[in-house]
Structures are given as structure tokens and as C-alpha cells.
Design a protein around this ligand. Structure first.
Ligand code: GLC
Length: 467
């Protein structure tokens, strides 16, 4: 990433001002806009590169066109659904899909830049579960409470509804939910006479045995790169060692500086340093991790549910869904419950949209049972409506939904905070430095405690968080 450079001063290094120093001296809230904006297009990546109808964001948009933004359409099901809506809505509404970066942080930054500049043409966003607080606190997305009533909300899983609620109002309609999970090679574990691992020690020993026997090249792969997915992975290591980042009872209180959090990061580092996961893991995002695992040379992979769907596509996978098992993220011996990062995507309507009614028609279409079912079956995206988890024919066609049930029940939100994107930047950098061995686990939690406190203090004064 380019970044801000060229002026001498505190914290300036050869590679310019680090993002952490930028937060320290420049102030939170600006960091993402300035620094992520400097990413080259080459740094953007698609899961599998399916490109939807082209729309760059600067064209004039016709009266009945609703602009919808989302990352790459991995499965092709999104374009299918948009086509269906365009053909059947009967109101002359056309949805135009503007493809955004797969990387949640880069996507968010693009939106933030447009909202801040007042140049955005977006009407509906498919947006990350970590965004509503920040988008709502800034007045960028519409309060949907009158449309998405309590009665409608009651059909949905609690966690995504909570995540879309800000100061008692609902700002997003949950599209699909995500939870980090451990994929394992059923066939390889069976051959070795092993059960799916519940602890990290078991992951290490099973990996050693299977790799030692020559049945796989590597033990584990996960998302270790410096980005949002790396934050999710780092948090899972912290949670599954019994630690946390903010005090859930008081969001202005940073609690990351603990033995448990340190031991979580120590383990994450050890997995790479001792070779259970290859060194390349430190730059892996979802795409690299799924390509590696589906290539057939790994025993384990931490990823989101979408990867299960890809295993059914012989063009993307040299292993078959039948060879793949799913279980909760392992824990350290000292912890007794497994937690996964709560992920997922939602529909938000831009506060400045002049087509809110048309936008809502599209959101309604995308939220129908049949649309959720189609994403579940064709893309293994987990439904957000409770009743779909009880539909036997859906579970039969897409076993990942059933398999993921247990995992989703134990998913934990990332820190809910109006300055979450700034917190995420410093965690992404800290976790990645630890993983690369550039900082010690203890040093990382001490430094992160300091930086996160700075950000939450600013949040406290601007938005009265936790007060
Ligand atoms: C998945 C999750 C999302 C998370 C992202 C990180 O898309 O659904 O919540 O932020 O991965 O890469």
C-alpha cells in the first residue's frame, strides 16, 4: 500500500508513516479514507473473478435504475437473482450491479470516500455486518424501522438483527450470515483414524501425522494477511484462548492486554513458525486459502461457509464436497467453549438515495424465502431467516447449512463501535506483525491496548460510546 509519505516527524519511517502512527498523529476516523484509498487496483482481488454488468459509479443513472453495490459474485447466483428481479418486478425497476472489492476494508473505504465527498450514486449496498454502527452514526444509511418492522425482524436470527440495530433503530436487512469454521478433509482423517479436532493441539498433532505419512503437503491454512479477514482470524485465536478486545459490558473499556489474549496470538504465530501452516499464510486472504485447500494438499482450513459451495465446482476444486467436513474452530486446552467470528452481509439503503421506494422493492425481493434458499443451495451462503434451517429439502440439497448450525450459534461479533474500521486497521497491522514474527505476542497486545484506547477515547467524545 502506498500511504502518506515524505514529511519528517515523529513515527515516520523509511516506508512512510505507518497506519498506526497515522492514527496516533492524524486522528481516528480519517485513517481508512486516506490510507486505504491509496491502494492500487492491482491490490484488489476477486474470489473467482465473476464480473457483473459494468457500472463504474460515475455514469448518470437513469430514473428507474437502482444502483446496487457488492463484492465479486463468486457463485454467479447474484447476477442470476438481479436478472430475475429486473425481469419480474413489474414496476419498471432495473437494478444495476456495481462490483466492489472483495476485501471488506477496501470496499468500505470506497463507500466512505463517496459518502464523505457527497458524490455517491449508490442506492442499495450489500454491506458487511461490521458496518451498520459506523454507517448509521454518520447518517449515511437510512433508518428502515418503518419498513423492516418488528414483526418482520422476528423471522430472522438474533445476531444479525442485533448487528443491524443502532440506538434502537434497524438500519439493515440481513442477507446471509457467516461464521468462521474449521474445514477438514474427512477422507484423510478417516484414513488416519482421527476424529475432527476440538483443540489446537490436536490440529497440530493430526497435521504432523498426515503430512508425515505423505497424504498431504501441509496441515492448515487460514487468513493471515493484513486486512479484515486477518482481524477475524486473530480475534478467534484470542477468544478461543479466553481473551477479548473490548469489555462487552462497557465498550469504552479495552481489555486486550491479558495473558489469555497473549496466548491466543502466541498460538497463531506458533502455527506458522513451527510449520503447521506454511509461511505464505501471512499473506493469505479468503481466495488464497480456498484455492490452497480445494487444491487438495491441505488437511485443514479456517474459512467461511461459502467455501463449501465451491467444492462442488470441479473447475474450482480438485476435491469433492464428500471429502470435506466442517467443525467449530478449535480451542486452546484452557478454554472450554469455541467462538467463531460473526460475519455476514446485509442490505442497506443509502440515506441520500432518491429511489428509496424502488430500493426497498429490491431488498424485499432479495429477502424472500425463495431468494435466500437459492443463495443457500447454489452458493452455500447461510440464510438469515430462522425457518430455512428447518426446511429438510434445503438441508438435503445443501448440507453446509445443517453443518454450520452449531458454529453459527457460537459466533461472536467483532467490537461494535462507530470507529470500528479504525480499530480494525490497527488490529490488522498488529496481528499480522505478530504472525510474521516482527512483534512479540505480548508486545502486540500492549501496543494494541494503547492504540485501541486512543480510538475508543475519541469515539467516546464524538459518539458517547459506552456512556
Ligand atoms: C466474510 C464475512 C465478513 C468479514 C470478511 C472478512 O466476508 O462475512 O463479515 O468481514 O469475511 O474478510
Amino acid at each position: 500500500m502506498g500511504g502518506v509519505r515524505s514529511q519528517p516527524g515523529p513515527g515516520w519511517s523509511r516506508r512512510g508513516l505507518s497506519r498506526r502512527d497515522f492514527l496516533r498523529y492524524g486522528g481516528a476516523g480519517l485513517a481508512g479514507a486516506t490510507l486505504l484509498g491509496a491502494c492500487s487496483s492491482a491490490e484488489r482481488e476477486a474470489y473467482t473473478g465473476h464480473i457483473g454488468p459494468a457500472f463504474s459509479g460515475s455514469e448518470t443513472v437513469s430514473k428507474n435504475t437502482v444502483v446496487f453495490t457488492f463484492g465479486p459474485d463468486t457463485s454467479g447466483n447474484l447476477v442470476k437473482m438481479i436478472d430475475k428481479f429486473n425481469k419480474t418486478n413489474g414496476k419498471g425497476i432495473t437494478v444495476s450491479y456495481r462490483e466492489m472489492p472483495a476485501d471488506s476494508g477496501q470496499y468500505f473505504d470506497k463507500l466512505r470516500t463517496e459518502f464523505q465527498a457527497g458524490t455517491g450514486t449508490v442506492d442499495v449496498m450489500g454491506g458487511d455486518v461490521i458496518w451498520p454502527t459506523q454507517l448509521a452514526a454518520n447518517g449515511w444509511i437510512a433508518d428502515l424501522s418503518d419498513l423492516f418492522t418488528d414483526e418482520l425482524q422476528a423471522e430472522y436470527l438474533d445476531a444479525p438483527i442485533q448487528a443491524n440495530t443502532y440506538k434502537g433503530k434497524i438500519y439493515g436487512v440481513p442477507w446471509f450470515t457467516d461464521a468462521g469454521m474449521l474445514y477438514y478433509r474427512k477422507d484423510l482423517l478417516q484414513k488416519a483414524g482421527k476424529q475432527p479436532p476440538e483443540t489446537w493441539d490436536e490440529v497440530i498433532s493430526i497435521s504432523r501425522e498426515i503430512v508425515g505419512n505423505g497424504d498431504a503437503g501441509y496441515g492448515l491454512t487460514f487468513q493471515g494477511a493484513e486486512y479484515e479477514g486477518g482481524v477475524c482470524n486473530g480475534l478467534e485465536y484470542i477468544w478461543n484462548a479466553g481473551g477479548d478486545v473490548l469489555d462487552p459490558q462497557d465498550l469504552s473499556k479495552v481489555v486486550i492486554e491479558s495473558d489469555a489474549a497473549t496466548s491466543g496470538l502466541e498460538l497463531e504465530r506458533r502455527l506458522v513458525a513451527e510449520g503447521t501452516a506454511p509461511l505464505s499464510t501471512v499473506v493469505y486472504k479468503e481466495q488464497e486459502a480456498h484455492t490452497a485447500f480445494l487444491g487438495g494438499d491441505y488437511v485443514f482450513c479456517r474459512n467461511w461457509p461459502y467455501m463449501y459451495g465451491l467444492a462442488a465446482d470441479p473447475a474450482l476444486s480438485s476435491i469433492k464436497p464428500g471429502q470435506v467436513g466442517i467443525s467449530p474452530i478449535p480451542v486452546q486446552e484452557s478454554a472450554d467453549q469455541s467462538f467463531s467470528a460473526l460475519g455476514g452481509w446485509n442490505f442497506f439503503i443509502s440515506e441520500t438515495s432518491t429511489k428509496k421506494e424502488e430500493a426497498w422493492e429490491f431488498v424485499k425481493f432479495m429477502s424472500q424465502d425463495s431468494t435466500q434458499i437459492s443463495f443457500a443451495i447454489n452458493a452455500s451462503l447461510l440464510p438469515t431467516k430462522k425457518k430455512i434451517y428447518e426446511m429438510k429439502d434445503v438441508l438435503k440439497k445443501q448440507p453446509a447449512v445443517e453443518l454450520a448450525k452449531e458454529v453459527t450459534q457460537n459466533s461472536r461479533p467483532r467490537p461494535v463501535h462507530p470507529f470500528y474500521s479504525d480499530m480494525s486497521l490497527v488490529m490488522a497491522e498488529g496481528f499480522n506483525e505478530n504472525l510474521k514474527g516482527e512483534a512479540s505476542p505480548g508486545g502486540t497486545v500492549t501496543e494494541l491496548a494503547d492504540e485501541l484506547e486512543r480510538i475508543t477515547n475519541i469515539g467516546e467524545s464524538v459518539f458517547n460510546v459506552g456512556g
